[in-house]
Write a protein that binds this ligand. Sequence first.
Ligand code: 3HC
Length: 693
Amino acid sequence: MTAQYQVQDSVAIISLDNPPVNALSHSTRVGIADGMVRALDDAGVRAIVLTGTGNAFSGGGDIPEFGTPKALQEPNLQTIIDTIEASPKPVVAAVHSVAMGGGLELALGCHYRVTVKGTRVALPEVNLGLLPGAGGTQRLPRVVGLETAVNMIVSGKTMMSEELAGTKLFDCFAMDELLWKALKFARDAAAAGAPHPCVRDLNVHHENAEAYLGFVRNTVAASARGYPAPVKCVDAIAASLKPFDQGIKEERDAFLYLLTSPESRALRHAFLAERAASKIADVPVDTLTRNIAKVAVIGAGTMGGGISMSFLNAGIPVTMLEMKADALERRVAAIRRHYENTSKKGKLTQEDIEARIGMLTTTLSYDDIKNADLAIEAAFEDMSVKQAVFRQLDKVMKPGAILASNTSTLDVNKIAEFTTRPKDVVGMHFFSPANVMKLLEVVRGEETAKDVLATVMRLAKKIGKVAVVSGVCDGFIGNRMIEQYSRQAGFLLDEGALPEQVDRAIEKFGFAMGPFRMIDMAGNDISREIRKRRAVEQPAFTYSKTADLLCETGRFGQKVGAGWYDYREDDRRAYPSQQVNDMIIRHTEDLGLTRRKISDEEIVERLVYALVNEGALIVEEGIASKASDIDLVYLSGYGFPRWRGGPMQYADEVGLYNVAQAIRRYAKGYQGKAWQVAPLLQQLVDAGTRFND
Ligand code: 3HC
């Protein structure tokens, strides 16, 4: 059992004891239920205090347990709350640190709630594709009002306990010694005698509830594309206006419906994948990390500027190094402009801007960065440039400094060889714009030291990045996979599709942006360089020549106002281009093919399964240590719809047998050589298991 029981001065204390956040797993629920039975049976106990050990009251339902039979096994949370509400002895929740989801629902089921300032309070189930399933949608509106409850439940946002002072959520704020105060409160309540108040007996007041909820429902439905939970949350909250037992039944039905939805499975997977990514099998959790108080960024281009801002935003001083003074001046001006624009949107004060700019220094000399704890090279993507930079870094940097490269394609092992300290070298592949994009691929070289890896993973969290470890290979995890995806997109053009159809189909699937709009943004000349390199390294590697034909006409993308689409000066929308479409059709004729009508379903399958198949190779080769890391890369860096959980999770949902069959079918079609079922995929099919088992 993961709850403790003790009696202190005629008050029973039931303490949830399930680190790290006292999740309400089956064993914790059993512990609470048993504690209640003992306390109610013991004539010497006059009152009960419910609290949590460690750093949480409770983080709510046990997320990994969802989807297993234990999640629904009795005692469920509602059964426990029924017992508490029916108790003739007062039950006081001593709420501290974190009370979220089922944790807050448990507190709402108690007769009284005592807390301290700074307690984080939320019903964040919506982020997991769920709604509060133990009375949260019924009880919260009764204590904080309909509108606050709607805001909290539909957004899942966290509030501080003090922001909710003055509502009926908390009966008392303790200045310190929460447990002592809760015990006193419990004894006083017992002395005052029954009945003790239950939130369920309160009414929800609102002057115009029906119109308000109708408006909210429409707004939420319009913006909740792909996510069923937000609308269900509104409906369940609306049911709080009905008799309590009716409302709670409607909430429960909706909760059970959502619990088995693929969207919730995907979002729960994403939550756990984010936490799993920082656990590296051979790097112990207690590995001592290096202190990173000062960072140097080599290169004042767009990337160097974005990387610098990521650190400045987290309060870490940066020295930016360049070869020319005017490049530094231009970048500092651009950073200031960026902050000023952010300030105009009300997100930064002038003081914040000055503080951040104040932490940024610039230099033309390596000598000025020698004391930095971490140097990140963001110079031109060319091995000879990397060689020059790393030779210099090796010469000047203090012992123990971490030397990182932001390379997106080059061999980190080779870069490490330019130094006499390959153990200190690591890849930190930021995505553009680096101050905005969440993803950071941490590239582990053959010699990268474990403490370097642990340090960079911890640092990534500090600067708000989602870090995923990748081994060394061409393109690492994300770009290696996107090449296969883009390759299929090109073949689809040869066969009969047009860029707008491909983009529309995959955007309807949920991607933030289709492949052609994406390439137009990144620059067609950049992908041409990759193709040129590929042609030298892997002459047998086939791809559609349409992309090269496009480059021949100078249509390099958005930056020149023309790419796969036309662009206008006054807006950033992509307009289908007759010229490009004619070129594509002519190319099909040149290939001697007859264009055919391609379904959206085929487009989605070919693009997504190309990711899945390459992802399987990446896991098999150990470039990614687990399939969930691949999902995370795609969710945080490539606009894969979160509610589908990432490519590998999506494949698991579709069924790996079906994915492998489709790949075999496509292997018989145009450019079928590009398809070969990855051995790992076939192994999992044969074993009847999944990527994310
Ligand atoms: N169940 C199981 N494990 C949980 C958990 C939960 N509800 N919440 C957090 N954890 C685990 C994490 O997986 C992580 O594990 P690890 O140490 O093995 O990696 C550990 O707790 C710490 O989590 P974080 O790294 O996120 O730590 P933070 O201090 O940054 O945040 C937190 C703590 C605010 C509690 C955050 O973890 C969080 O938001 N958790 C999710 C809360 C939530 O969504 N609760 C609702 C659950 S559904 C529910 O209650 C259904 C009910 O209505 C019936």
